[in-house]
Design a protein around this ligand. Sequence first.
Ligand code: MG
Ligand code: MG
Ligand code: MG
Length: 306
Amino acid sequence: MSVYVIGHKSPDTDSVTSAIAFAAFQKGQGVDAVPAMQGELNPETKLVLDRFGFAAPEIITDAAGKQLMLVDFSDIAQAPANMNSAEVLAVVDHHKIGDVTTNSPIFFYAKPVGCTGTVLHEIYKSNNVAIDKKVAGIMTAAILSDTVNFKSPTCTPADKAAVKDLAAIAGIADTDGLFMDMLKAKSAIDGLPINDLLNRDYKDFDMNGKKVGIGQLELATLDQAAGVRADLVKAIEELRASGRHTVLFMLTDVVKEGTELLVASEDPSLIEKAFNAKLTDGAMWVPGMMSRKKQTVPPMQKAFGC
Ligand code: MG
Ligand code: MG
Ligand code: MG
């Protein structure tokens, strides 16, 4: 039986490339590992796989009866359906530990670094396994993506060191250039349906019994979103009204290093308190906010009394 190596829902570059890289590592250990993902490639990830010569992994949305290795998450909410009848054999991650449980001891490897790609780099190195040139290319891209070219507060010295090593293996002379190509691909939003933009990087969280959704769109400049802003505001209010306490949508300006936070909430004053800023027409500018995980989720959890 094949073992599926799979990343989280709303696949991002790290979750897809880490599935490919960890499946390659596992294959080298004799495991019949197959990379998988839970949805279509986003434009950034498509550019990365095209550039380094990989096909899109198989899409798996139902885990019933399957053996899985999880990369870039360990939350049931971010897993395929029917996890209760799946067997998790390994987890490699860089997030807080989620609520996936197992009946047997497993390989569980997580570190507080900027990217699962960095964790995988360490796994390859500590096992003395050579990294394939193409695999090194997509791992480089994942680290640049997750750390926003080293500017995210989640970035650590280990991420920078991993990129240095991986880019050399992959023969990438200009990682800034690769990052800009990825940023342009990911931030091109012209003509895309609002729901695609909303779901591009969206996660639901349980905060003290309240359902809170947080989405993010990373832009080269906020002006890119001007034409769709009103429709986004409407869409997040509809999403909130369909059973959530709050939906936040981060329009992150990667160059200016800050986020315009669009807010739909049963209690907007709670959000103002969380970020110590005032809402104007359901939005606030939060300077320096780049990372949902480090800068948006923790203040929200605090505000909700988690
Ligand atoms: Mg991810
Ligand atoms: Mg990641
Ligand atoms: Mg991400």
